[in-house]
Design a binder for this molecule. Sequence first.
Ligand code: SR1
Ligand code: MG
Length: 403
Amino acid sequence: MDKYYELTEDKVVKYVNEKIDFFSDDAVYKCSEIGDGNLNLVFRVKDTKNNKSIIVKQALPYVRAAGDDWPLDIGRGAIENKILKLEYELTDGLVPKVYLFDDEMCCTIMEDLHDYIIMRYGLLNLEIYPNFAEQITDFLVKTLLLTSDVVMEHKEKKNRVKEFINPELCEITEELVYTEPFNIGGRNDMEDFLVDFHKKELVEDDELRLEVAKLKFDFMNNAQALLHGDVHTGSIFVNQKYTKVIDPEFAFYGPMAYDIGALIANLVMNYLSTDARLEDGPAKDRHLNYLLKTMGEVIDLFKVKSLKLWDEVVTDQMAKVPGFKDWYINDVIVNTAGVTGCEMIRRTVGFAHVKDLDGIPDDAKREKTKKQNILLAKEFIKNRHKIVTGKDYIKLVKENRVH
Ligand code: SR1
Ligand code: MG
């Protein structure tokens, strides 16, 4: 920690040139801090003369969105660097390329995805991404199945579990996703119109809290696969052709459903947001249909691709027993619906919100949408055993349109 200092737009050029040989001597620099996540600094360093750029991401020793009274281990930078390299190999480049990781400064210097956009903003702009479902399911199936006991030599896998132990970041998820939203207080943050609704629908619903408790302990105890740990649409860069997944600092060995459910939840919230923000008409219909199709495809393609890859890569003798792979993948899908619900709830009443819901400008529509988001999320959690196909997702989400 001795050599660690916080980078600024003024300091980052010197820093980068000390670390890597990337820019030429005649470079004309333009630097901007572009991070809008909750935790880190992210700089784009650009040479405007030769049109070259890179990204520098620095882990801060505290939660950026909260300030320095919420300290956080900067060791997460090393985990992110390790998993980015691993995911790059496993997925054939569905994550950015890392040029250098600096342990002392907790900085990752990586490829600038300048011709991509953060998916959340693209979707809010009504963009559709034709290859997304295909590519993100490649990412999910490869990173999850290939790091599991189904495929890996078991001692090697246990060493990986040890290597990717990530207690501080896991604690954030355990608290912010699985605990605080179902209780009063903590770091919960909700609009006034939700206070009584939250108490009645989430805190006083014992049946719901029991199901969430089961999901929480699955998250903590089921070291199934090496997760990304935070696959919301703000962690995904897209364009019309390609998909790249970024920000895997929450990585650890946990249940596969956590990654798939986080993604689906953010597609559902964009659906509810689009329904609230747009006037009825073809543009709205097109986007809503795209979102439904995409969530259905993510579920169905994940299943089909996992079952197919299973036959090619499985090594465990008992995992080859007929019927086992269907049972295993079905269990992942059941819990995916549960995670979907938890992620939707925490983005409404918890510490970390999403622009999809907070950005609905009309007060009455925002209130109606946030309440509906909570009710739909409860269905996902309580009925998860019955929500197991793309069709089931599409039907449920469609039925819950309120505008
Ligand atoms: C204190 S961190 C809040 C949230 O931001 C990250 O992106 C994770 O989703 C985390 O839960
Ligand atoms: Mg992030």
